[in-house]
Design a protein around this ligand. Sequence first.
Ligand SMILES: C[S@@+](CC[C@H](N)C(=O)[O-])C[C@H]1O[C@@H](n2cnc3c(N)ncnc32)[C@H](O)[C@@H]1O
Length: 261
Amino acid sequence: MSVRVLVVGIGSGVPGHLTGDAVAALEQVDVFLVADKGAAKHDLVALRSELCRTVISHDRYRFVEVSDPERGPDRERGTEAYRAGVLAWHQARARRYAEVIAAEVGSDGTVGFLVWGDPAFYDSTIRIVDSLTAYGVDLELTVVPGISSVQLLAARHRMVLNRVGQPVHVTTGRRLLAEYDPSLGDVVVMLDGDLTCAGLVSAHPDLEIFWGAQLGLPDEALAAGPLAEVLPGIQATRADLRAARGWVMDTYLLRPRSPGA
Ligand SMILES: C[S@@+](CC[C@H](N)C(=O)[O-])C[C@H]1O[C@@H](n2cnc3c(N)ncnc32)[C@H](O)[C@@H]1O
């Protein structure tokens, strides 16, 4: 017997973002494992349990919160130290999940992980689940895709991410300044708590930004226009959102105004 593990993309965590396959998967879960990231992120846990209450037709499932291991000071770390820190954190998380699965699920149950957006974009759940075998969990994994913040961003701005026949580059705030070059095509930036695109304004004055925060949530905010012009407004909106909710998640796309520039 092996534990069935379902990693399900839930978009922004609202019922309208779930695919039919995602709803069918949620119906099968006995135990949802959610990382407890402390008080500031508690409404993310609440959003997930509210989602399950709304879409699952029975009450034979449980939520188990697993305390998240301490994570190092990512910002100050260089790339190698960052990678090593994340790896150690994944292993610590996998060990905790394995212990909880052994204690709470048994060998023939179904475990669910609810993943914001799509599990394929900057999310470690699949990697961590893969490493559970090293901690003695015999499992069978199924991944159900969801609507990523990248897709939501494009939809909200009613745009195609790429120019005709051109590439799209997806990256993080941590890497943006070092790797930005107009030949990358359109650049989607995630995980950027500092709006590092501010550092591109003087070298690339023709850049436009298409920005979205809390996409799919009631306090969603959007902005678009020449980077230098709209950035101060985006910074102010970001600060307001953080003050009101305690956290902000935003994603943006950068593209040179002149095609082919
Ligand atoms: C750990 S990654 C997870 C990405 C997620 N798997 C996805 O498909 O969107 C977190 C980053 O995703 C983006 N993000 C997630 N949810 C968002 C939302 N509702 N609105 C805007 N950006 C979001 C932000 O860039 C955030 O820093």
